[in-house]
Design a protein around this ligand. Structure first.
Ligand SMILES: O=C(O)CCC(=O)C(=O)O
Ligand SMILES: [Fe+2]
Length: 654
């Protein structure tokens, strides 16, 4: 549906232009169109500049108008006139867009009088009786003004969704607007019946009906029955209107008990404000969770230190990667499911977004991204330990109500066979307003910041459920929210037999340990050095073959190999027990000396041999590899020998 992903709305705006242009052309050529279609295209003024797709698609009221007008024309006629396969919004789309307006107004306490003019104004009621805080998120645009038929329709949608309190607000608003238009209550009885939109009598009765659904009121009930079937009864209507005013003023917003709603909404509202100001208790550090980050450390904001850990990493995904992921996802997105109690999947009103699943085997760029998730968390991201990436695009007003990511006991883990131990959530877009991720039990709001990622634990170290990891995606008020959710799994059976504890998740911002650094410098680098040394022999012995292989990159590759070889052998020497026994200055000197002698000695030897063995590529490469392996082994053996000798002769320290 168009309601469940803003990306679809963006596309729809583009398509609408083409539809309008094609139909106008058709009319100009003397073609006939239906009255609905004529009305539709006539609403587009040729002289007006066309707004950007985002201007429409990223704003709930403007998107409502887009969906509304397009759901008034028929698919068959549009296809015929444009000669193209098009998709148009359905009645469900309109219903869900109205629902989005209801939810947004409710969660963000949007001022309704502003909302009807397309203006987004958040009113935060302060608890200590001070003046309410008013935040304007978006200015008004008179081109997008909801009229009574719209607000009445939205009220009806609220009723259908059993949101009676919200329905009362919308019906009441409808009345207010109508009264202002009519200027005087006295006109109530003799309304003109040919005016489009709802009639005041109908709205009043509907309002009375809805109020009664929340709280039965004897007086209202009587007034309604007295009105009876009589069409015009100005006195009765104004009496009912007064009664309703009283009844409504005593209503208060119902509290939903099934989820920690108050906290969720407060945190979401904070998210809108926080988009504008940095968090006051910000703790930022540069971290190196893995040697991979040695030169360019990750930028980490620690949001919650005690269990569960919640950390925000900045700039962990590049724009290029973001675009690639969105691109792939767009082609396969479908309504996001939630896990049902029986372990199956279902669609729910508690999650309004679309998902595209992407495996890291699909593209090297994605594999790299996946490895990065592994480096940061220190967890195995390979199948079956990492789930495929879920790329998400939320709909307007789209949200994900408070939930936990681990599979609860009553949900057999059909999907994955493993339990989720950590969640890695990338943000692929800045959201203009709303759409924060909130942790309802930690009182924590994380605004979506493009290219960053929030990481948190789903299980405790003891493998117990981390109930405090409960979180939610707040409704998107303005803009388009894109996420990638990567869940990291553990197979609980595995853990129990192997370590009896969760693997260490190092996304705590600890710098990678000294042991890890040592292993990197004195193991990984020497191994790479030895391989490079061996490969470099080919550059000397079979220069032509090497040149053909690397063409214009020949020089770069050769120099890199030689550099690796120097580094690897140098570091290896630096760490041998014998050399380690000396002071740093000598350690450096001997390592550099040893590495230079070994490398340049080999090069000289290969250059000499080259002159005497036949010009045969395979033979020469073979000789190079074989000799390099020999030299490395002989050298290593020699060093080992010296080291053991030295260890034996060393007097035991007391
Ligand atoms: O969109 C968000 O902020 C939260 C998403 C989420 O929690 C999930 O996909 O599991
Ligand atoms: Fe989640």
């Amino acid at each position: 549906g168009f309601f469940s992903a803003v990306a679809r709305l963006e596309k729809l705006v583009q398509e609408e232009r083409e539809i309008v242009a094609a139909v106008k052309q058709h009319i100009q050529n003397g073609g006939k169109v239906s009255a609905d279609m004529k009305r539709y295209v006539d609403s587009f003024d040729d002289n007006n500049t066309v707004p950007e797709p985002d201007y429409i698609a990223h704003h709930p009221v403007r998107a409502y108008f887009l969906i509304k007008r397009l759901s008034k024309i028929t698919l068959s006629e549009t296809k015929k006139l444009t000669g193209k396969e098009v998709q148009l919004p359905t009645v469900e789309d309109l219903h869900m867009t109205a629902l989005a307006l209801i939810v947004l107004q409710d969660v963000y306490s949007l001022d309704m009088r502003s909302l009807v003019q397309g203006q987004l104004v958040m009113v935060s009621q302060s608890t200590n009786g001070a003046e309410p805080q008013i935040t304007e998120i978006c200015g008004k645009d008179p081109t997008f003004t909801l009229d009574p038929s719209d607000t009445y329709y939205i009220g009806e949608v609220a009723c259908k969704e059993n949101k009676f309190y919200q329905a009362v607000l919308w019906f009441n608003l409808t009345l207010e607007i109508m009264r202002e238009k009519e200027k005087s209550l006295l006109k109530i009885g003799d309304e003109q019946t040919d005016r489009p939109g709802p009639r005041m009598r109908d709205v009043l009765l509907k309002l009375a009906d809805t109020v009664q659904k929340i709280k039965w009121d004897r007086d209202v009930f009587m007034a309604v029955s007295k009105l009876g079937a009589k069409k015009t009864n100005a006195e009765g209507l104004s009496h009912l209107s007064n009664l309703l005013e009283n009844a409504i003023s005593s209503l208060s917003k119902p509290i939903r008990t099934e989820i920690p709603h108050i906290n969720y909404e407060n945190l979401c509202r904070l998210g809108v404000l926080k988009n504008r100001a940095p968090h006051p208790t910000l703790t930022c550090r540069y971290v190196r969770p893995n040697p991979y980050f040695y030169l360019s450390p990750a930028k980490m904001e620690l949001l919650h230190e005690r269990s569960p850990l919640v950390a925000l990493y900045h700039d962990v995904i590049t724009d290029k990667e973001v675009n690639k992921m969105k691109d792939i996802a767009l082609r396969r997105m479908g309504r996001s499911p939630v896990v049902a109690d029986d372990g199956g999947e279902m669609f729910s009103r508690t999650r309004v977004s679309e998902t595209g699943w992407i495996f890291d085997t699909e593209h090297p760029m994605i594999a790299k991204l996946s490895r990065r998730v592994g480096y940061i968390t220190g967890l195995d991201v390979n199948l079956p330990y990492g789930e495929a990436f879920q790329v998400l695009n939320y709909g307007l007003g789209g949200f994900y109500e408070p939930h936990v990511d681990y599979f609860r006991d009553e949900q057999p883990v059909l999907l994955t066979n493993g339990q989720r131990i950590a969640t890695f959530l990338f943000y692929l877009s800045d959201v203009k307003a709303g759409g924060a991720t909130v942790f309802t039990r930690l009182n924590l709001t994380v605004p979506a910041v493009k290219n960053s990622a929030v990481v948190f634990h789903d299980l405790k170290k003891s493998l117990a459920f981390e109930q405090d990891s409960e979180h939610a995606g707040c409704p998107v008020l303005m803009g388009s929210k894109w996420n990638i959710m990567a869940a990291l799994l553990a197979f609980v059976g595995d853990i129990l037999t192997k370590n009896r504890q969760l693997p260490n998740i190092n996304a705590i911002g600890n710098p990678f340990s000294e042991r890890q650094l040592e292993r990197f410098c004195f193991h990984h680098v020497p191994v790479i050095g030895a391989l490079s040394y061996s490969a470099f022999s080919t550059n000397i012995l079979a220069y032509k073959a090497f040149d053909e292989l690397f063409t214009s990159r020949h020089l770069v590759v050769a120099n890199c190999l030689l550099l690796n070889s120097h580094l690897g052998i140098g570091l290896y020497l630096f760490n041998t027990p014998t050399i380690r026994a000396a002071n740093t200055r000598w350690r450096v000197a001997w390592s550099v000396y040893g590495s230079a002698m070994f490398n340049f000695g080999s090069i000289l030897l290969w250059a000499t041999v080259k002159e005497i063995i036949p010009e045969h590529a395979v033979l020469r490469v073979g000789f190079g590899v074989l000799s390099s392996v020999c030299f490395l082994l002989v050298g290593k053996k020699y060093l080992d020998h010296v080291d053991t000798k030295l260890a034996k002769s060393k007097p035991k320290q007391k």
